[in-house]
Design a protein around this ligand. Sequence first.
Ligand code: GDP
Length: 340
Amino acid sequence: TRAALPTADELAAGVRADRRAVLARAITLVESRRADHHELAQRLLLELTPPPGAAAEATVRVGITGVPGVGKSTTIEALGNHLISLGHKVAVLAVDPSSTRSGGSILGDKTRMGTLAVNPRAYIRPSPTSGTLGGVAKATRETIVLLEAAGFDVILVETVGVGQSEVTVAEMVDTFCFLTLARTGDQLQGIKKGVLELADVVVVNKADGEHVVDARVAARELSSAMRLIHPRDSLWRPPVLTMSAMAGTGVTEFWAEVLRHREVLQEAGEFAARRQRQQVEWTWSMVRDEVLSRVERSDRVRAVRADVEAGVRSGDLTPALAARRILAAFDGAGGVGVGG
Ligand code: GDP
């Protein structure tokens, strides 16, 4: 028999009071795939979501991406401690699609952020491991709502650039930051162009010791690359900074750029618009995930799947015709109509 679940009211009160055991329980609920958990989690989220307006926009959601070893956790620890000293409450979340496959997370390991992890004004949560990137994204977005209700006013979402994870995180934050190392010339080609298009702030880390000059040269080259991506008249042209997370130099300047980005968006009315667009996009991405999973689970689709795929491989069917067959089979199963 299953233990009785708390009520949404009980959970909401505990989350608002930032009782960590309740917060952890609530996060576990939004990560769960059980139907009764899902329903309770959605009631809790409705209760905790603030009405649109100033209060809802008072929090700062920042994404931080970069390859393993670039210095994300060192940066987050330095930044987190600094922000807490200014009076903020800081939550760190991770979106790590590799953890859904391996069961082990590269990110969100508390031992990597020792001093931050033990700070009572910080909360560090590793990546959920709920199967797909879509599932991880859903849980992470919902966890942000819980953390903000618990009074965390700075949310840092960390990800490594695996698959689509950068896009996913960029779509759930206000400011998306790309951490890189001093690469120049040909090495610059190794940086995914997509991540430069998503980045609002670019930071060349490990600008210390013998790497200071390299880092500055790299920052100048990245700056030129960014100018090509963002036309002169764009609202925000992403700055490229140098930093040493280890030495703590450039960390406050980095944060100042995050806040400047926020101000520019707010003054242009883009900040609220961006969050609203994210909510609508989030809605549709859940619809897409759910429809796709219903199609894949459908018995009638399963019945035709092997034949249709064989037809595509042999060239007897075009992919477009094959897609129609699959959808027709699904419609025959009495599912939602998705064309035919
Ligand atoms: P992550 O994998 O991106 O989270 O990277 P970490 O923060 O774990 O850092 C990887 C390694 O680089 C660690 O050994 C850090 O001590 C080191 N590191 C991080 N930031 C700096 C920095 O600014 N300068 C130098 N020299 N080393 C750094």
